[in-house]
Design a protein around this ligand. Structure first.
Ligand code: AMP
Ligand code: ZN
Length: 112
């Protein structure tokens, strides 16, 4: 499958892996929007939030836990950070493989 995040998860495309386990992988966003901008990506190809089945629901909790841990490692836990999931075209999703953005290290503006 020609999916950039599947290719990163499969090791086909090199990236700076910050965290990996049997469910997810995390690496820096190539075009960062903040001093800390990390993507937490499930190894399984799930296109978007709307494609998440009930049995896959715990995966989101795990992604959030991994993001929290990465936030702590990046030193932004106390000041605060933002977790974002873009879903579908109007949600601003560009890569059709579910992912969680961890953004931190600057004051965030309002959403819009
Ligand atoms: P989204 O708009 O939520 O789909 O976000 C996709 C994100 O993936 C964007 O912030 C891109 O900068 C990022 N991205 C695309 N290709 C790569 C890549 N090869 N390595 C790291 N991040 C990437
Ligand atoms: Zn994929």
């Amino acid at each position: 499958m020609d999916c950039i995040f599947c290719r990163i998860a499969g090791g086909e495309i090199e990236s700076n892996i910050l965290y990996q386990d049997d469910q997810v992988i995390a690496f820096p966003d190539i075009n960062p929007n903040a001093p800390v901008h990390i993507l937490v990506v499930p190894l399984k190809h799930i296109e978007s939030l709307v494609d998440l089945t009930a049995s896959e629901e715990p995966l989101m909790g795990h992604m959030r836990a991994v993001a929290n841990r990465l936030a702590r490692d990046a030193g932004v836990s106390q000041k605060g950070y933002r977790l974002v999931v873009n879903c579908g075209p109007e949600g601003g999703q560009l890569v059709p493989h579910l992912h969680l953005h961890l953004l931190g290290g600057r004051k965030m503006g309002s959403l819009g």
